[in-house]
Design a binder for this molecule. Sequence first.
Ligand SMILES: C[S@@+](CC[C@H](N)C(=O)[O-])C[C@H]1O[C@@H](n2cnc3c(N)ncnc32)[C@H](O)[C@@H]1O
Length: 325
Amino acid sequence: MAASIGKSCTRTILVHFAHEHTDFRIPELQSILGLFHIEATVPKECLKEAHIKCKESFKYQVTSFNKKLNKERKLQIIEDLPHETLAFEGPVDLKNPQHEYHIIEDYGSLLGQPTEAPQQVYFAKWIADGQREKINEFHLQKRHFIANTSMDAGLSMVMSNLGQVQSGTLIFDPFVGSGSLLVSAAAQGAFVMARPSRANVKQRSDDESVRANLRQYGLESHYIDILVADSSRVNMWREQPLFHSIITDPPYGIREGAKRIEKSEKHIAQRTEYHLSDIFMDLLNFAARYLTLNGRLEGMSDAELHVDHFQESTFRDMYFKESNL
Ligand SMILES: C[S@@+](CC[C@H](N)C(=O)[O-])C[C@H]1O[C@@H](n2cnc3c(N)ncnc32)[C@H](O)[C@@H]1O
C-alpha cells in the first residue's frame, strides 16, 4: 500500500506489514499517524515516479514470503531486473551500501500452499528495520505467568498502537488477566494500572502476577497499582479524567464465559452471568468517567456485533440514552 504523506510533499512510502492481523493493518497505521499528528491519505493508485539517478553505492536484496528461494534463484531475480530503466549509477557494495533496494516476492497466504509464481512482487527502498524481534522478546512461551486467554505478544502490540499508547501516559486494563496488554503498553513507556477480578489474584507463586510479568522485562517501574474489583463496578473512584487509554480484552463466549459479582437480597455476593452487551455498556460508562479528553477505549472481541443494531444507535447514543445524561 502506498501513502503520500503531507500535502506539499510528493514522497510515497511503501508500507509492508509483517504481522498477520490483516483486519488491523489500516486502523493501526491510521492510529500511529494520528499519534504523531501526521496527515496522510491512502491513494487508490500507486504513484509512479522515475527513480532519481544517484551515484551512491547500493545493493539489491531479495526476500520471499511463504516460499524459500535458493541463492541461484535470488541471483536470477536480480539479474532479470530492468537495469536500464532503474539506471543506478553508483557502485554495487554488498557489505556497506548507502542504499538498499528490496525485491519482495509474496507466494500467497501464510497458511495456504505457496503458489508456483509469486502473487505479488514489490520493489522498495529500505528505510529502517521494523521491530519484529519484539514479538520474540515478549513471546508468551517465555513468559513466567500466563493464563488460558493470555493475549499473544504481536496482537498486544497492535492493540497498544491502536490505543495510541505513548511514553509517560497512564493506561488501564479492566479485564487484565495475566496482563499481556499492559506488558506491551509498559514496553512503549506507559505507566499501567489494572482491575483484576478476585479469580485473577489467586497466585500459585510470587512470580505469577501482572507485576511479576512486568518485572521479567525490567518494566516494574511502570507498574502503578491494581485494584481488585469486579469490572461491572464503574464508579470506583471520584469521577475525573485519569487514563489516557483503556485497553482491554473482555471475557467473551468462545474463549471464556464472563461472570460478575452481584448482591442478592440477603446481601450475599453471588456470581452471575455477565452478558456482552452489559460488558460493553459498563466499559463505556467507565470510559466516559475516567478517560482524559481524546483518550481511547480499545476493546478486543471475537463476538459478532449486530451491525443493524449499531447503525441505529451508536455506542455514544447508547451511553447517553442508558445513563440518562
Ligand atoms: C479474555 S481474558 C483477558 C486476558 C488478558 N488480556 C491476558 O492477556 O491475560 C478476560 C479476563 O477477564 C477476567 N474477568 C472475567 N469477568 C470479570 C469481571 N466481572 N471483572 C473483572 N475481570 C473479569 C477473567 O478472569 C479473565 O482473566
